[in-house]
Design a protein around this ligand. Structure first.
Ligand code: NAP
Length: 262
């Protein structure tokens, strides 16, 4: 058996020479993932609906020593997405890694859940990854290479009162991930999902501000605490790098053990 050297193993996790587009990376988990992938060597493309915000975030990352460009689009707008991806591929260069991160949350009892909120959730959390993945895969497939990471959630596995439509979108993303695997794995694209547990971001501000919830969460989570967004970096780098070249259609939970216990 050939002896593998340590630097060869570390090289498996290197993103040097790769370009990663992260949707909704102006703040929160998306920004943390962009910074984490850039730290592993990737050139990153920051996506936001607001050009000024995207420019400011990219400038900040460049100041930190990373390579960062921007792509401005709303993930729900199919034509805008297709045009922006084509433009990014020409203007910046090939997208090797796509992270479908943009997402929203709305909370209300199911029996009174507003129909417009239901539509918004489906459009951002489910239609968005479809539009962006399709636009990016059309460039990846002829190259025979690519990595797609869909940001799922523990709610793709576990339900909670008040967030039924969100949970439905995250369950759907798990199956979309497997379907992308079914269609594209044989053509060089590895698609996997990364499912965070509870991380303190704007999306969860209502829960962060609720001491009773926080207390419940820390008791319910084997690790005994909220996650820190930087703690998603390792899993994201793994799924974006050659280290995961035979990993396909999986959902990797980064949740302090939440989905492993009752
Ligand atoms: P966040 O802080 O609220 O950030 C959401 C990001 O998505 C923002 O950058 C937002 O841009 C962007 N976005 C929303 N709608 C968009 C659209 N139509 N087009 C483009 N970008 C859009 O949320 P987060 O906590 O970082 O969540 C990021 C992802 O992680 C989501 O998919 C969420 O479901 C998932 N997640 C989060 C947690 C958690 O504990 N926080 C747990 C599990 C899963 P704007 O600034 O323009 O609004």
């Amino acid at each position: 058996m050939r002896r593998i050297k340590m630097d060869e193993t570390l090289k498996l996790f290197s993103l040097n020479g790769r370009r990663a587009l992260i949707t909704g990376s102006g703040r929160g988990i998306g920004l943390a993932l962009a910074r984490g992938l850039a730290g592993a060597g990737a050139a990153v493309v920051i996506n936001d609906r607001n050009e000024q915000k995207a420019l400011a975030v990219a400038a900040q990352l460049r100041e930190e020593g990373f390579i960062a460009d921007i792509a401005v689009f709303d993930v729900t707008k199919r034509d805008e997405v297709a045009a922006a991806i084509d433009d990014a591929e020409t203007r910046i260069g090939p997208i090797d890694i796509l992270v479908n991160n943009a997402g929203i949350q709305r909370r209300a009892p199911l029996e009174t859940f507003d129909g417009n909120d239901w539509n918004d959730l489906l459009q951002v959390n489910l239609d968005g990854p479809f539009h962006v993945s399709q636009a990016v895969a059309r460039h990846m497939l002829p190259r025979g290479r690519g990595k797609i990471i869909n940001i799922c959630s523990v709610q793709g596995e576990l339900a909670r009162p008040g967030i039924a439509p969100y949970a439905a979108t995250k369950g759907a993303i798990r199956m979309l991930t497997k379907s992308m695997c079914a269609e594209w794995a044989g053509r060089g694209i590895q698609t996997n999902a990364l499912a965070p547990g509870y991380f303190a971001t704007d999306l969860n501000q209502a829960l962060v501000d609720d001491p009773a919830f926080s207390d419940w969460l820390c008791k319910r989570t084997p690790a005994g605490r909220w996650g820190r967004v930087e703690e998603l970096t390792g899993a994201a780098v793994f799924l974006a790098s050659p280290a995961s070249d035979f990993v396909n259609g999986q959902t990797l939970f980064v949740d302090g053990g939440l989905t492993s216990v009752v």
